[in-house]
Write a protein that binds this ligand. Structure first.
Ligand code: PLP
Ligand code: COI
Length: 355
């Protein structure tokens, strides 16, 4: 591993004492420091931790024009013993560099990503929330910094990490619109990459769905609009005929969610039958009509496990009782217990934040 150094410049004042930890709107509050590293002349400079502050760039900044920009979402949790641990950050590092590769951006070294995150968390330890369903949301990201208006991979990049103490992303079960017109991703595209444009492209269809009273969109496959993919910020699971099912990843159109893969392993360890496969919307509608579709939930770092109580497909409204979803409850509780250290970390998923 690259053994660089991380220079730390401390902020003159802290926002900690004026932050209301009883009211943490998702992703609006940031801690006192951020990590920053520059890539130039074909190599990464050592990362630095500096006071959280605005950046200044030329209007020709490449990322603003052509969107060479990727990010990750990770959570650190306050453990029962008072320490702090990060949930599977090496998986995020792998996915980050997969996204980087697809977007013609350089790999970020493990040192910058993992050691950078640990050092930043150590410095901001007092900011890590303790309340149930709360965590420190870690946002690593990289963007192009060439100042050129010509379409080409940038020769310069910034890698950064910022931290945001957060509470729950959704406060109630979700009512979801099954999208038939707009498409999130097609094979050969960038669906599997966590890149800014995927989110930008989702905003207009999501706005239309919101205007119709829905919380989120469930994306379908690009060709037949028949096979279920994922939602805007989470993968999806269903309980059909007692089995836990989730769309498979082969087509490269779905984000390879770390919560998703963790739930697959966890559910199997809890004795559930789990299937990763193509799931058609017709199968779900049929399951609803004959009573075998009993649960639906989303899974992601920000949303954790979020129950789905409604799915609108054409004229059919699938209505599920969120208070009767025992498998979602069991998975959510088992994940929470693992993350705060009240259950043993039998998968080895938790990485000490200050070790
Ligand atoms: N799908 C999309 C589009 C997402 O933005 C996210 C969030 O990161 C997920 C799925 C879930 O992935 P993960 O569990 O790695 O957070
Ligand atoms: C996450 O769950 O970490 C995400 O990136 C989802 C969203 C906030 C974009």
């Amino acid at each position: 591993m690259h053994q660089g150094t991380i220079k730390i410049t401390k902020a003159a004042t802290s926002k900690l004492s004026t932050t209301d930890f009883n009211n943490l709107p998702f992703g609006r509050l940031f801690t006192d420091h951020m990590l920053l590293a520059e890539y130039k002349d074909g190599a990464w400079c050592d990362p630095e931790i500096v006071p959280y502050a605005p950046l200044s760039f030329d209007p020709s900044l490449a990322t603003l024009h052509y969107g060479q920009s990727i990010f990750e979402g990770i959570k650190a949790f306050r453990m029962k013993d008072g320490s702090a641990a990060i949930f599977r950050p090496y998986e995020n590092l792998k996915r980050f560099n997969k996204s980087a590769h697809r977007m013609a951006m350089p790999d970020v070294p493990e040192f910058h990503f993992i050691e950078g995150m640990k050092q930043l968390l150590k410095l901001e330890d007092k900011w890590i929330p303790t309340a149930e369903d709360h965590a420190m949301y870690i946002r690593p990201f990289m963007f192009a910094t060439d100042e050129v208006i010509g379409v080409a991979p940038s020769s310069k990049y910034y890698f950064m990490i910022i931290l945001s103490p957060v509470g729950p992303y959704f406060s109630k079960p979700l009512n979801i619109y099954v999208e038939e017109q707009y498409v999130r991703a097609a094979p050969g595209g960038v669906g599997y990459a966590k890149t800014a444009g995927n989110y930008a492209a989702s905003l207009y269809p999501a706005k239309l769905a919101k205007e119709k009273g829905f919380d989120q969109i469930l994306w379908m496959d690009a060709f037949e609009h028949k096979y279920v993919q994922e939602c805007g910020a989470m993968n999806v699971f269903f309980v059909l005929d007692g089995k836990v099912i989730t769309p498979s990843l082969e087509a490269g159109t779905i984000l390879d969610g770390i919560t998703r893969k963790s739930i697959v392993d966890l559910a199997r360890s809890l004795g559930k039958v789990v299937e990763e496969r193509e799931i058609s919307i017709d199968e779900l509608v049929a399951g609803y009509k004959n009573g075998t579709l009993t649960e639906a939930f989303g899974a992601g770092t920000a949303v954790t496990v979020s129950k789905i109580s409604g799915l609108q497909y054409k004229d059919t409204h699938i209505s599920l009782d969120a208070s009767k979803m025992p498998i979602a409850d069991e998975i959510k509780q088992s994940m929470a217990a693992l993350r705060d250290g009240s259950a043993p970390d039998s998968f080895g998923w938790m990485v000490k934040a200050n070790a």
